[in-house]
Ligand binder design. Structure first.
Ligand SMILES: N[C@@H](CCC(=O)N[C@@H](CS)C(=O)NCC(=O)O)C(=O)O
Length: 207
């Protein structure tokens, strides 16, 4: 096994690093230079044609898309507790939340990020920001009321890749100061998830 994770601080590569740490897999971090435009410079295009992070190299195989990479690791180098088996009762629920973290949450959270923090102030649209905030609130209510009602973790009664998927989005919201009014159950979930020693490793500064 020769796993190389193309990584940049605070990005979705945290998800992959978190899965690698949870699975106790050996890997090498390749830090992608975020200050270059495009990200990583022209040479990085050979790894990720869109110059985005993360990317994973496993020998001759390259995998893109953070949750696809997590799924690749969980299925190829599992079984481990962070993946659910298809015969577990929560399997459908597991896939729902695993995809919700990227597919369901990205659009409102990214618009909120762009129009409150990322774009130059004169390019931000307050109406769009307000709309994205409202949509994000609905998603967090859904997470509290459906995802976490009576549960510590989203599926299978244990920490899984579904949690890795969703918690990264909470991290983004926290980073842009949009988490203070999250439902109490979501805040408690954030505290629980980030208390894991593997979160500290996944977010540690690179050597
Ligand atoms: N859906 C993709 C999103 C990848 C993505 O947009 N990554 C961001 C960092 S979290 C990035 O590289 N942005 C740089 C850019 O778009 O120039 C995934 O989950 O991997």
């Amino acid at each position: 096994m020769d796993l190389v994770l193309y990584h940049a601080a605070r990005t979705r590569s945290i998800r992959v690093r978190w899965a690698l740490e949870e699975m106790e897999l050996p890997y090498r971090l390749e830090t992608v230079d975020w200050s270059q435009k495009p990200v990583g410079g022209d040479a990085y295009r050979a790894v990720h044609p869109l110059n985005k992070v993360p990317a994973l190299r496993d020998g001759d195989t390259t995998v893109l898309e953070s949750m696809a990479i997590v799924q690749y690791l969980a299925t190829k180098y599992g079984p481990t507790a962070i993946d659910l088996r298809t015969d577990e009762p929560d399997y459908g629920r597991y896939l729902t939340w695993l995809h919700f973290g990227e597919a369901g949450m990205t659009m409102p959270v990214t618009l909120l990020l762009a129009h409150t923090a990322l774009l130059p102030e004169d390019s931000r649209n307050p109406k769009l920001a307000a709309w994205a905030k409202g949509e994000t609130e609905k998603l967090l209510d859904f997470l509290a009321e459906d995802g976490l009602a009576g549960r510590d973790w989203l599926a299978g009664g244990r920490f899984t890749t579904a949690d890795i998927s969703v918690v990264y989005m909470l991290f983004l919201l926290k980073m842009i100061g949009q988490f203070d009014d999250a439902p109490a159950a979501v805040k408690a979930y954030w505290t629980r998830a980030t208390a894991r020693s593997t979160w500290a490793k996944a977010t540690a500064a690179e050597d």
